[in-house]
Design a protein around this ligand. Structure first.
Ligand SMILES: [Zn+2]
Ligand SMILES: [Zn+2]
Length: 396
């Protein structure tokens, strides 16, 4: 049985690195410092030499620091548990998963190999499963699906990267699990229900393969349909922009998908890409952690790409705020029931864990026309009401 399931974890413990402990023992959070890798996870000493012997994935400078990090905190308010036994157990699965993924699993006992194999496969298959099922079930997508039924629907996956949504090398090589075939299988229920003739699935982004991939696959139908739905896939190595959509080869999207975009990540700007999407287009964003989901939703909100925060998130951020009068079933922020079971280790905080696309948010985008008018309105309101930054702590 899979470790993640057998531990009975409802949620993967995402932020477990005890930053409080780290800072109070002299550690300094500097950009690019990898806590628990380059520096001791408990005190920030830059010469960590000892690994946790069980998982060999978290580094300490001394036995004393190791003891501190593995001992549960006495003060109840500190939620992050450090290198607890659960974190250590989950990190050990990372070792197995990496061996299976790298096809270096020779001699690995079957009892370890099989679950690792399933976890790696489940993460890969989670991309098609998430895309197809969330669009099929999410209320904000229904209008577009309905409107295009009997014809064609165009889905753009923006900011595609080759090792995630375009994965290669499924561990089950005997079954010819090719990525586009997986998308076709996952989309079969939607194709049947809406009687689509074709689904256009376009992967776009500067990290797409140098040579465009183009493929047409018949979507397996569960019903006996006379006309089988075709899945037309295409990758395009280009920045998503208005001029791309105005060009010859691209229609405007009916639905847009972003797998783990990291909108607030400083090394890439999303402004142009998101501005290019026409108003009213339903979107799906996945993120690896709840915090990243919150940051991405806030980015969309602060840049006026969405009218309000997704239902479920507004209440996390402002638990005391009154519920909106308008019943909103079009936006969502929640755990993704179609994410895989592979737990990964954060690259910057050694005790932090995540599952790819564990969180999802969605709704409808406002489009850049309403964005402009909305921003100017907002500015007026602030100056007009005399709410200077100085007086209003929320604006500082
Ligand atoms: Zn230390
Ligand atoms: Zn460990």
């Amino acid at each position: 049985m899979d470790v993640v399931r057998s531990l009975g974890l409802e949620d993967v413990p995402e932020q477990q690195t005890r930053i409080g402990l780290f800072l109070s023992s002299g550690g300094e959070l500097v950009e690019d410092v990898k806590v628990g890798f380059d520096v001791c996870v408990a005190c920030g000493n830059s010469n960590p030499k000892i690994y946790c012997q069980a998982c060999k994935r978290v580094k300490y400078c001394s036995d004393a620091c190791k003891k501190k990090d593995t001992t549960p905190p006495d003060d109840d308010e500190e939620q992050a548990l450090g290198h607890s036994s659960i974190v250590c157990t989950l990190l050990r699965t990372c070792n197995d998963d990496e061996l299976v993924e790298g096809k270096e699993d020779k001699g690995m006992p079957e009892a370890k190999r099989t679950p690792a194999f399933d976890r790696v496969a489940s993460e890969m298959e989670s991309y098609p499963a998430t895309l197809a099922n969330i669009i099929f079930e999410g209320p904000c997508f229904q209008e577009k699906l309905q409107k295009n039924s009997g014809g064609e629907v165009e889905i753009h996956v923006i900011g595609t990267s080759p090792d995630s949504e375009l994965w290669e090398g499924h561990p089950d090589s005997s079954q010819e699990k090719k990525v586009f075939k997986c998308y076709a299988e996952a989309l079969s229920e939607m194709a049947d229900r809406f009687k689509f003739e074709s689904i256009q699935l376009k992967f776009i982004g500067p990290e797409c393969p140098k040579i465009d991939m183009v493929d047409t696959i018949l979507i397996p139908s569960m019903k006996n349909r006379k006309i089988k739905c075709k899945l037309n896939v295409m990758t395009k190595r280009v920045n998503y922009s208005k001029s791309l959509l105005n060009g010859k080869h691209f229609n405007c999207p009916d639905i847009v998908v972003f797998f783990n975009p990291g909108f607030t990540c400083p090394d890439y700007t999303w402004e142009e890409a998101v501005s290019a999407i026409p108003g009213g287009t339903p979107y799906l964003v996945t993120t690896n952690t709840e915090l990243e989901g919150i940051a991405d939703a806030q980015y969309l909100m602060e840049n006026s790409f969405i009218a309000h925060l997704p239902e479920g998130l507004a209440h996390i951020l402002e638990p005391d705020a009154p519920r909106t009068e308008i019943e909103d079933n079009e936006t969502f922020f929640s755990i993704n029931p179609f994410s895989g079971e592979r737990v990964r280790q954060s690259g910057t905080m050694a005790n932090d864990l995540y599952v790819k696309s564990r969180w999802i948010l969605g709704g409808k985008l406002l489009g850049s026309e309403s964005k402009e008018s909305k921003t100017s309105k907002k500015r007026q309101k602030v100056t007009g009401s005399g709410n200077t930054k100085k007086n209003n702590p929320a604006l500082i």
